[in-house]
Design a binder for this molecule. Structure first.
Ligand SMILES: [Zn+2]
Length: 250
């Protein structure tokens, strides 16, 4: 007859290992959530910066536009002065000089008007881009808030899950043999591995090594602890619950 006490002790510890693995998985997931939120915010910030850069370009172009228009006004003032002087010229050469000044003014004004026209196109384009980016940003803002809220909910669910599992763990620890528990804790702390693993078929459930028949037999007899020759985890036969309940008379 196999020694059910040892088998059960190992099985309880195995359950504890499974529970700890579940808790660890959830902790890892939980740890990622602030990063995910950070990524969402960074992505949003990139778009925000793009919009701000476009707005800057737009106001720069508008400023330039105003500056050029003011230049035209100054030239117009100048023209009026020359035209007034024309009525009072006394010599041909004076008149010639004034005409050539006026011609120069016209050329200047034509150049500036071309620039203003070009600026109008630029302002138009930038205005369109600003509007488009604004729309993208407000959609993104709604999406980001929703995604963030979802991540917060997931985090809360995971935390609730963890405390539920912790409770199960507390109950289970009562059943685990204290020496085995201590051994397990030191194994986890120093080697970051588990302590026990069931045999699956005729192989080690952890490293898959085929267990020699004699050793497999000893594992099933469970009179002493037998470690897998390769991964060093203690092997045990995983019995189904009904069998163990019957056998222990619980
Ligand atoms: Zn193994």
């Amino acid at each position: 007859m196999p020694d059910l006490n040892l088998t059960l002790e190992l099985a309880f510890l195995y359950d504890l290992q499974q529970i700890d693995a579940e808790i660890l998985t959830r902790h890892k997931r939980l740890k990622l959530i602030p990063n995910d939120i950070q990524k969402l915010r960074e992505d949003f910030r990139v778009h925000e910066q793009k919009l701000n850069a476009l707005k800057d370009q737009l106001s720069q172009a508008e400023k330039e536009q105003r500056f050029r228009s003011a230049e035209i006004e100054t030239l117009d003032e100048q023209r009026k002065k020359y035209q007034a002087q024309l009525t009072a010229v006394k010599t041909n050469s004076e008149m010639k000089a004034l005409y050539s000044q006026l011609e120069f003014l016209d050329q200047q004004e034509e150049k500036i008007e071309d620039q203003i026209l070009e600026l109008m196109f630029i302002v138009d384009d930038l205005g369109g881009e600003v509007k488009k980016e604004h729309e993208i940003l407000s959609t993104k803002n709604v999406d980001r808030k929703a995604e963030e809220a979802e991540l917060q909910t997931i985090a809360q669910d995971i935390k609730a899950d963890i405390s539920e599992i912790q409770e199960k763990r507390q109950n289970l620890i009562q059943k685990v043999n204290p020496d085995l528990f201590e051994q397990y804790q030191s194994r986890v702390a120093t080697q970051h591995t588990n302590l026990v693993t069931p045999v699956v078929g005729n192989s080690c459930g952890y490293c898959k090594l085929t267990i020699p028949p004699q050793m497999l037999n000893e594992v099933k007899q469970a009179r002493k602890k037998i470690a897998c020759p390769s991964c060093k985890l203690i092997l045990f036969e995983l019995l189904n619950l009904e069998q163990t309940d019957d056998a222990t008379g619980e």
